[in-house]
Ligand binder design. Structure first.
Ligand SMILES: [Zn+2]
Length: 383
């Protein structure tokens, strides 16, 4: 099987991996940064070459990924997620979205196209799997069973209701019938993990019951799934790439017409907070500071701006912060010790909320509140 060369003459810098190079060892143990192609190509120092990498998504993700390889010289692990599930729902006849502008485009062409653009492994262009859409899910399984290449990850963009008690067993059974690595993307408004109380526990079940599961386009759930046996995970660079919404819906935001400020990962509290909220909370007091390479001891209230430089600085702070945790996690072998480390880390973060609120003189209601998934990770039994 050969990959097409859609970008003309390939520069010598781009080493294209062919379809016989397996995806699994390339991705194992990594937490990737899910980047939006709008702001790329730009190589980030913050990405760890041993434990990290990039997932490129958004408009023209393939072209932008190719530029990241060739113009910016990125040599790390990379996936290309053209995110068809944001516009297309999988059907029984067509579980994958293949390009309509090319006559007779096959799934194999689509996968090869990603590799030719510099992807380390290929992602199937699976459509959104709607609530209870068993037939489209079965069609994905059948199509996956026909894939002969070993460089492919089967994307499963499932509505978050598939992680409810009613459906999770069916989802696990379906995942078990797919031999390739499988990348879950949870689709739902706001944080899908907050959709129902059972979701964090059921997500762990899927990850630990099925081999070679991945989870893309998420937040700190990436660490929870890695601790519980996932092959690989991806954390979104901004809130829009930390989950997905069903085709035809727009991501609901608190102030749709207002300016967009960065989201900041709080190292002690282990949560993402909007820069505006941080500036408000720290208006009359010393802000929390950060010791990462980008912040160098400066306060975390400084991102309340809308310019690109501030956005990139906030993103790099976020990546450096969670990369440190990924590095800590990699220091523990998978299993009980790693699980205990994570549980204790989440529990310690939960305990800091009251302290921080007291320090800045705010009530629990007006100050910081722990996100429910973090509380779940701190309290769910370590199996
Ligand atoms: Zn920092």
């Amino acid at each position: 099987m050969s990959n097409p060369a859609p970008f003309g003459q390939r520069p010598p810098a781009l080493r294209v991996l062919d379809a016989s190079v397996p995806a699994t060892p390339i991705l194992a143990g990594r937490v990737l940064l899910h980047e939006h192609s709008r702001f790329i190509p730009r190589q980030r120092e913050a990405i760890d070459s041993d434990l990290g990498g990039v997932v490129m998504t958004g408009d023209n993700a393939e072209t932008r990924a190719f530029k990241l390889r060739t113009e910016a010289g990125f040599t790390g692990t990379m996936l290309i997620d053209s995110a068809p599930y944001t516009t297309y729902a999988a059907t029984e006849d067509e579980p994958f979205l293949l390009p309509k502008d090319q006559m007779f485009a096959t799934l194999d062409d689509t996968l090869g196209f990603q590799k030719a653009a510099g992807a380390s492994a290929a992602l199937t262009p699976t459509g959104y799997i709607a609530p209870g859409a068993s037939k489209p899910l079965k069609a994905v399984i059948r199509a996956a069973q026909r894939i002969e290449r070993v460089d492919t990850v089967v994307t499963l963009p499932v509505d978050v209701t598939w992680l409810g008690n009613e459906r999770v067993g069916q989802l696990i059974a379906a995942c078990k019938r797919i031999n390739q690595p499988k990348a879950l993307v949870l689709v739902g408004q706001f944080d899908p993990l907050k959709y129902a109380k059972v979701i964090p526990a059921n997500l762990r079940r899927v990850i630990s019951d099925v081999e070679d599961m991945m989870m893309l386009r998420t937040d700190l759930a990436a660490l929870d799934v890695m601790v519980h046996g996932a092959l690989c995970a991806g954390i979104g660079v901004s809130s829009s790439v930390r989950h997905s919404v069903p085709p035809g819906e727009r991501a609901a935001v608190n102030d749709p017409k207002g300016p967009v400020y960065p989201n900041v990962l709080m190292p002690e509290l282990m949560c993402f907070k909007g820069a505006k909220g941080l500036a408000n909370r720290y208006a009359n007091t010393e802000p929390t500071t950060c010791l990462c390479e980008v912040c160098n001891g400066r306060g975390l209230d400084r991102f309340f701006r809308t310019d690109g430089e501030t956005r990139v600085e906030a993103e790099d702070h976020n990546v450096l912060t969670w990369s440190t945790w990924v590095g800590e996690m990699a220091g523990y072998e998978g299993g009980p010790k790693r699980k205990s480390w994570w549980q204790e880390k989440c529990a310690a973060a939960i305990n800091r909320y009251a302290l921080e609120n007291q320090r800045i003189g705010l009530s629990a209601r007006r100050g910081f509140q722990p996100p429910p998934p973090l509380e779940a990770w701190a309290t769910l039994p370590v199996s």
